[in-house]
Design a protein around this ligand. Structure first.
Ligand code: PBG
Length: 323
């Protein structure tokens, strides 16, 4: 039946009518808030390239974690910075590293808040690459071993979920096996399964002081033009023991999120990355778009595409709006 019997505008006629037929709902339950930790005491330093984000030390991060939990956000994602970078990224699994200390403090003082940790070597290697370099190339298998050690040290400190973001082949399997062998059967793995070599990590690389000294990340992160490959990556990570599968970035890859959700029966996470976040902020600051409306529209688009979990620097702000 067509017009005039069908009038699509009937169901758009008032705010309540629109609310009644709204198909996608955003909830604070969907959010993960990223936090940055470095060693020291009493540190809370604004990160110039990313509005509203700070470097915390393990003591100050607890207050921030408590605020995140009080907003109802279920999880934080921790990123670390090395004091001393070296060839083998050895600080990545130091028991007294900044991330390990921060995990312990948060789990002690805000136990209900889930702690997810980013597992990657790029902030710990001199090269700034996500893997270990041997004979001038990024060596896959020794990098996986290092990532497994790093994951284990996070689990030992109390991390609920480890999140490898390096894109080495087979790393999820190495990590799962190491966790099993050491009694951490309950530690979940959220794999950055389909992580693209994106221009939208720009602001973040300043934050973590982890831009590659030479070359780029295209020999391990995915080609932006591919989508079948993302499905293959996700399938492999599920087989290797990942519990949650991530697509990153989010907004240029909504088709990948959609396809992943259609193809796999497991939770899909999307990472709304630093460049996407700052693009919205910059446009709003220039008076071109309305900040909160744009924030909500982007978050809805990611949810509508099929993401169950959205990792976003907007989490606190959106949580306040959704209350
Ligand atoms: C580390 C890592 C990066 C991001 C998350 N984990 C940087 C990169 O891969 O270059 C980016 C996060 C963001 O831009 O918000 N491998």
């Amino acid at each position: 039946m067509g017009f005039p019997e069908t009038r699509m505008r009937r169901l758009r006629s008032s705010a309540s009518m629109r609310r009644l037929v709204r198909q996608t709902s955003l909830s604070v339950d969907n959010f993960v808030y990223p936090l940055f930790v470095r060693s020291g005491r009493a540190v809370k330093e604004p990160i110039g390239s990313m509005r509203g984000c700070f470097h915390f030390s393990p003591d100050t991060i607890v207050e921030e974690a408590a605020e995140v939990a009080s907003l109802g956000i279920p999880a934080v994602l921790l990123f670390g910075m090395a004091k001393q970078k070296d060839e083998n990224a050895s600080e990545a699994w130091a028991d007294d590293g900044a991330v390990q200390q921060a995990i312990r403090e948060i789990k002690k003082q805000v136990p209900e808040l889930l702690v997810i940790t980013d597992v990657c070597l790029c902030a710990y290697t001199q090269s700034g690459h996500c893997g270990i370099i041997k004979d001038g190339r990024i060596d896959n298998d020794s990098s996986c071993q290092a990532l497994a050690k790093m994951s284990l040290s996070h689990a030992q400190a109390g991390a609920d979920i480890v999140a490898p973001s390096d894109m080495m082949d087979g790393r999820v399997g190495f990590i799962r096996q190491t966790l099993e062998e050491n009694g951490f059967q309950q530690t979940a793995i959220m794999s950055y399964a389909a992580k693209y070599a994106s221009a939208f990590y720009g602001p973040f690389r300043d934050v973590a002081d982890s831009a590659p000294a030479v070359g780029d990340r295209k020999s391990y992160q995915m080609d932006i033009a591919n989508s079948d490959e993302a499905m293959a990556e996700i399938a492999l990570d599920i087989e290797e023991g990942a519990d949650i599968l991530m697509v990153k970035p989010a907004m240029c890859f909504l088709d990948i999120i959609y396809r992943a959700k259609q193809s796999f029966d497991c939770p899909i996470a999307a990472y709304y990355v630093s460049g996407e976040y700052m693009m919205v902020n910059a446009a709003a600051d220039a008076g071109l778009i309305e900040r909160q409306a744009a924030m909500m529209e982007t978050l809805y688009s990611i949810k509508r595409a099929g993401a169950d979990i959205i990792i976003t620097y907007f989490a606190k702000e959106a949580a306040k709006l959704l209350r």
